[in-house]
Design a protein around this ligand. Structure first.
Ligand code: SF4
Ligand code: SF4
Length: 190
């Protein structure tokens, strides 16, 4: 197996967010007169930059190291984080410099999102690209950036370490299935 591209987009800045991505600072809510919230009313291509950025739920699942089976092409998630991941905050520690420091960190765009089959099934970009709605725990739906953590969707408290601490064989021993699950933690609620 070999390591493949990992990526994440930053959570929108909100009252309890430490996000440094100023371009994402505008909360993306349904505007006055809009009958539907923007993520239902607009295609991915038609969203503003702030709306697009705000779709990221801050789960950081995409910042987990993934391994690709060289024979089958199958992609396996590990519970090991990218070298820049702050696994408690579920944030990149150097978002502005991430593509210089981690060249295989992929930025999502409306053009590439439909082709990235390694995105977790809970990822808002993937959900909308597949014609699905956002779930109750998504911060845009709940209005609370903590629900993604309470629902057990984020990587908080589930990361074994960062990739620098693992050999390739060590990474293979850290393959896990939970990042591929759609389900919220049992009993989790708003
Ligand atoms: S998996 Fe999707 S929603 Fe979660 S952090 Fe990555 S880009 Fe954001
Ligand atoms: S460089 Fe940052 S955004 Fe990219 S995968 Fe690593 S922690 Fe995530």
């Amino acid at each position: 197996m070999t390591r493949i591209a990992t990526k994440r987009r930053q959570q929108p800045a909100g009252p309890s967010s430490a996000c440094e991505d100023k371009d994402a600072a505008e909360p993306a809510k349904a505007g006055a007169g809009e009958r539907e919230p923007f993520w239902r009313a607009k295609s991915l291509e038609d969203m503003s930059e702030a709306e697009w950025e705000s779709l990221c739920d801050g789960c950081a699942r995409c910042c987990l190291v993934k391994l690709e089976d060289a024979d089958t092409g199958e992609i396996h998630y590990t519970d090991v984080g990218c070298t820049l991941l702050d696994s408690g905050a579920c944030r990149c520690r150097a978002y502005a410099e991430r593509q210089r420091l981690v060249p295989d960190c992929v930025s999502l765009t409306p053009e590439n999102v439909r082709g990235l089959d390694w995105l977790p099934p809970t990822c808002a970009y993937r959900l909308l690209a597949e014609g699905r709605d956002l779930p109750w725990w998504h911060p845009l739906v709940s209005g609370d950036p903590e629900t993604v953590h309470r629902a057990g969707i984020s990587v908080r408290n589930r990361v074994a370490g960062l990739e620098d601490d693992f050999s390739v064989s060590g990474l293979m021993e850290r393959i896990v299935r939970w990042p591929r699950s759609r389900h919220a933690r049992k009993g989790a609620s708003k």
